[in-house]
Design a protein around this ligand. Structure first.
Ligand code: MG
Length: 250
């Protein structure tokens, strides 16, 4: 069931979104060669808790950390570890959510660790742009398929592939609400978007095939072919004036 938010709720969600985005920005600043993903996770957790909020992911379904940190061929749900030390040239996807005064914010960004290859930079750019292509479709009367089609079209035109095993979602008092927001689809199909809906749009884009697999830890999701993957996400409110990104820092 899709839960529509009132103006008051949207205001509260914006506050959760601001904390989420600032935590993500702090995490991004820490991406440097020699830093472990556990150190970045600690920065995220400390930042969120200092704001009087809680990390949305900590303990969610048993997830053991505050951020998902996914390096290179890891698509999503990478578990922060002191053994995972970032190297120059890595691409580092960080997914962060904060729960504040009853609502969640959810956002992700792929950061370059030092200078990265042209191929890696191009994948990151295309994934980021595909997110904004999707966001542009997020207006009343459109459908989730319009978002998915815009993302998929942008990505596939550049010969990358869109992950299908994981999708975007509604956000609110729960981290994952209806509807599902796939990063693929057909214009005019899917759930109709209404004012007051809040959704996370989150393209996961692979350099090679769309196929992914989950490692034995039950979380870490990697590309089946070992090639790179990038992930960008914003929480977006559907309003009569069009899409409003809830996870911008100011
Ligand atoms: Mg999400």
């Amino acid at each position: 069931m899709v839960i529509l938010k009132t103006a008051r709720e949207l205001k509260a969600m914006r506050n959760a979104g601001i904390i989420s985005s600032r935590a993500l920005r702090e995490a991004g600043k820490a991406v440097e060669p020699g830093v472990s993903t556990l150190e970045i996770d600690t920065i995220v957790r400390n930042y969120i808790e200092k704001q009087g909020a809680t990390p949305s992911f900590l303990g969610y379904g048993g997830f053991p950390a505050s951020a998902c940190i996914s390096v290179n061929n890891v698509v999503i749900h990478g578990i922060p570890s002191k053994k995972t030390i970032l190297k120059r040239g890595d691409i580092v996807s960080i997914d962060v959510g904060a729960y504040f005064e009853g609502y969640h914010g959810d956002n992700a960004w792929t950061f370059a660790c030092g200078e990265v290859s042209e191929e890696a930079q191009a994948l990151m750019n295309a994934t980021r742009e595909s997110l904004f292509e999707g966001i542009r479709q997020a207006k009343p009367g459109a459908r989730t398929g319009d978002i998915g089609s815009a993302v998929q079209g942008y990505v596939e035109a550049r010969s990358y592939s869109v992950v299908r095993d994981f999708v975007g979602h509604g956000v609110g008092a729960k981290l994952h609400e209806d509807p599902s927001v796939p990063n693929y689809g057909t214009q005019g199909h899917g759930v109709r978007l209404l004012p007051g809906m809040v959704i996370a749009i989150e393209p996961m884009v692979n350099q090679g095939s769309a196929k992914v697999r989950v490692l034995d830890d039950g979380w870490t999701t990697v590309t089946a072919d070992g090639k790179l993957s990038a992930h960008f996400e914003h929480t977006v409110a559907i309003t009569p004036d069009g899409p409003v990104i809830m996870t911008l820092p100011d």
